[in-house]
Structure formats: C-alpha cells, structure tokens
Design a protein around this ligand. Structure first.
Ligand SMILES: [Zn+2]
Length: 301
C-alpha cells in the first residue's frame, strides 16, 4: 500500500519516500527539460549526454541529504576522452553541469570515457565548511562507484539505480537510516529485501515509468509514505560580480591589450552561455586608490 496526497508526478522532480516500520529512506528522480536545457549548452555526443544524465540524476538524489543551504558537486576527472564531467545540484533544486575533453566521443559504455579517473563528491555550504570525499573510478557503473563511496565514507549504506538516454534521466536511491525501528539480523534482512526488489527493475522501466508507478510496482507489499515532489530546474550560479572577480585576476597589461583591441572584455559562462561585458572600468588605474591608513602611512617613513 502506498500513501500519498493528491499530486501529479511530473518530470523534473525528485520524490522522497519512507517505509513504514523500516529504517530505510528512498528517493527517486526524473529529469526532462532541466536535463535538456543543461545539455543544450555544448555539442555533446549521445554517449556524453547519457553520462551527464546519470551524473545529474545522482547529484539530485544525493543533494536531498543536504541539511542546510548549499550544494553537492559530483566531479570526475580522467586522462581518457572526457577529462572533466561535473554536475552540481543545490538545496533549492537547481542543477548545472558540463563535460570537457573530446565531448563528441561515442562509446557503448559512457563510464569508459572516464576510465581510470577519480570521482570527487563535494558538499558546499553557503555559510561554512566545504567537505570533499574522493573515490576511484574503477571498472563499474556510476551507481557502483557511488555505492563504494558511501560504503567507505558513511557508516550507513546506500544503493543507487541510474538510467539516462540523453533526453531524460531517472534514478532511485535507497539509504539506510540510523537504527531505530529494528536492529541486528532483522534490520539486515529488511535492507536486503528492499534492495533485491529494486534489482528487478530494468533501465527501460526506470526511465519510462512515472516514479509513483515504479514505487508501486516494486513496493506494493510495503507501506510507503510519499512526500510532496521537489521541483528541479536548470539554473546557473554565474553572475556579473563573479565574472568581475575573475577579470580582476588578469594582469593589467593583458586587460589593457584586450580593451585596446576589442573595446571591451567579454566573459562567457560555459555552463549557461551568458555573456558578461566589461569596459575600461576593470583597469586598476580606473579604480579609486584607497586612502592609506595612519599605520600604513607611518611605514613609509
Ligand atoms: Zn552561467
């Protein structure tokens, strides 16, 4: 039996659920236009869109663990065709991402484009600390790599099922909760039972079925509580201020040369395509020189 309020399952949402009497929580995600918007920024091959689709699903699933304002960033680096694959998802449900390297490369296994690399999972708080964990990208799916990551870095296990066709992407995550309702063998058996049921789902079903239908198919013998869906959308974090900070790091002579040649300095964000234009105000000579303080003035003598 599945309890849920009156709601319609749409794409570009994630959905949290809990099992009655079992210390396991779950999350599903289904991405459509949010993914298409993210992938539309670069001319990716079909394989690379599938790769980034799985990264996006995973980033959304993991971001639902955020207990504060911030974001999680999944970033893989390798010396294979794809040198960088990155997707981040914020606590507000905003995703953005990019792949670099030979982004036109095709392969039957998207993860082979990152073979031998490393995956970093970063948790960034708006206020406060940044935490990063790293796991090797050994032969395996992204789901398997993430399971290895959770097994080594968290005390509680997590399992992932991910699918993407480059236009839509879906995911399912089961995560153990601290023992409250059951302990020992019963707890292990319940976890194993729920995971075994999830193993029966095919990638095609994961992609095609609405989240609610999928959960009913898997867990109709359990009592499952569904929470209201969280909307997910493609939204970049770039800004004029951040772009100005980047330009401030350029040598003065370089800024002057570009301004002399082009009349302006343009910075275009690779993740969303927004262009920020700057004029001569970026030169230090144009900025007002701060008044020296008393202390600084004395050191001049
Ligand atoms: Zn941007």
């Amino acid at each position: 039996m599945i309890h849920c309020g009156p709601m319609k399952m749409l794409t570009d949402t994630s959905l949290r659920f809990l099992f009655d009497g079992i210390d396991v929580r779950g999350e599903t995600v289904k991405l459509g236009s949010a993914l298409v918007d993210m992938l539309g920024q670069q001319p990716y091959s079909k394989t690379v869109t599938r790769l980034l689709g799985e990264f996006a699903s995973a980033a959304v699933l993991i971001s639902n663990n955020l207990k504060y304002e911030g974001r999680i960033i999944l970033q893989a680096r390798s010396s294979q065709a794809i040198t960088l694959a990155m997707v981040e998802c914020s606590s507000e449900g905003h995703i953005r991402g990019i792949a670099q390297g030979d982004i036109q490369q095709e392969s039957t296994d998207p993860m082979s484009l990152l073979e031998g690399g490393q995956l970093a999972l970063t948790i960034e708080r708006d206020q406060g600390q940044r935490y990063q964990g790293i796991v090797a990208l050994e032969n395996g799916s992204l789901a398997e790599v993430l399971e290895a990551y959770f097994a080594q870095s968290e005390q509680l296990g997590a399992k992932f099922w991910l699918a993407s066709d480059g236009q839509t992407s879906s995911g399912l995550m089961l995560q153990q909760l601290p023992a409250q309702l059951s302990e020992g063998t019963a707890r292990e058996e319940q976890w194993h039972h729920l995971c075994t049921l999830a193993e029966t789902i095919s990638s095609a079903e994961l992609l095609d079925l609405p989240s609610e239908t999928l959960l009913f198919k898997l867990y109709h013998e359990e009592t499952v509580t569904l929470y209201p869906p969280t909307p997910i959308l493609f939204k970049c974090r770039c800004s004029r201020e951040r772009s100005a900070n980047t330009i401030a790091l350029l040598p003065e002579s370089e800024k002057a040369d570009i301004l002399a040649e082009l009349g302006e300095i343009t910075l275009t964000c690779e993740l969303c395509g927004t262009s920020y234009r700057f004029g001569p105000e970026v030169l230090e000579t144009a900025a007002s020189t701060p008044e020296p303080t008393d202390g600084e003035a004395r050191t001049l003598h």
